[in-house]
Design a protein around this ligand. Structure first.
Ligand code: KIV
Length: 307
């Protein structure tokens, strides 16, 4: 048997992602929001972990991503970072810029991006929008923070789009998305998410950009794919838009697990002896009579937390 320790995993950086595109190696991206999930996705070998503002819908239960704040994004990023710190150290961590954190000015955008990096531990940030955000992208990149773009269905613009609908279906809109993608690349984006656009359009954008495209509902031709962890694990069996594939049925497994627990509590089968603590040598003091009420407990009683 070899006494050598295993070769450390190669850290995924913006340069590594570019190399993967050039080498034709598909990039696996997953969105997650907490430390436990971060450890799962790292152990599964994902290349990039995105702490998406989709947490507004998935974790917080809102019907859009619009209420998510920069404080909440920083909080979740830091949790994911701590989870990843206990793993391979390989995945690249991206923090999403929430609605309102970058639209008003480039200065505010730089401040928000800096918080995701400094407090949240992100190695890059993602923001939604095209050519209208090139100045913001340039300023964040100039501050030293890599920026991932996001085109097509951009959930923060749900009201302008009139709903969560596929984008770029006619020639004019498709041409605009291609133009936006080129503008983002020229401004310094190191990757671009393409959400819910026709596969034909995603193929053209992917072939024309030097930086990787990451698709969600954008077909097979993108350089990488991203899905929300809760969606790909089937945590909500009823949520299954066309672009989501359930690779597991965790929602059903979770309900079955909790139902088994409830049944065992109600039938007094849980906790059994194997899940209880024992102290065979302990002798309980007699209960204090009324005259002693209010006195500090004396040594020998079981008063502390079990160990
Ligand atoms: O917020 C998010 O999770 C995202 C991905 C789905 C791309 O933006």
């Amino acid at each position: 048997m070899s006494s050598q320790s295993p070769t450390p995993a190669r850290r995924v950086t913006v340069h590594e992602l570019r190399r993967m595109k050039d080498a034709g190696e598909p990039i696996a991206v997953v969105t997650c929001y907490d430390a436990t999930a971060a450890r799962w996705v790292d152990a599964a070998g994902v290349d990039v972990v995105l702490v998406g503002d989709s947490l507004g819908m998935v974790v917080q239960g809102h019907d859009s991503t619009l209420p998510v704040t920069i404080d909440q994004m920083v909080y979740h990023c830091a949790a994911v970072k701590r989870g990843l710190a206990r793993g391979s150290g390989r995945p690249h961590l991206v923090g999403d810029m929430p609605f309102g954190s970058y639209q008003a000015s480039a200065d505010e955008a730089v401040r928000a991006a800096a918080r995701l990096v400094a407090e949240g531990g992100a190695e890059a940030v993602k923001l939604e929008g095209g050519a209208e955000y090139v100045d913001v992208v340039r300023r964040i990149v100039r501050a030293g923070v890599p920026v991932m773009g996001h085109l097509g269905l951009t959930p923060q613009s749900v009201h302008r789009m009139g709903g969560y609908v596929v984008q770029g279906k006619d020639s004019e809109k498709a041409a605009q998305i291609l133009k936006d993608a080129r503008a983002l690349e020229a401004a310094g984006c190191y990757a671009v998410v393409l959400e819910c656009v026709p596969a034909e359009l995603a193929r053209i954008v992917t072939s024309q950009l030097h930086v990787p495209t990451i698709g969600i509902g954008a077909g097979i031709h993108c350089d990488g794919q991203v899905l929300v962890l809760n969606d790909l694990l089937g945590m909500d069996a009823s949520f299954k838009p066309r672009f989501v594939k359930h690779f597991a049925s965790l929602g059903e497994a979770a309900t079955a697990g909790v139902a088994a627990y409830v049944a065992e509590v109600r039938s007094r089968r849980f906790p059994d002896d194997a899940h209880a603590f024992h102290s065979p040598g302990v002798r309980l003091l007699p209960a204090p009579d009324d005259d002693d009420a209010g006195e500090e407990p004396k040594g020998g009683g079981v008063t502390g937390a079990p160990v």
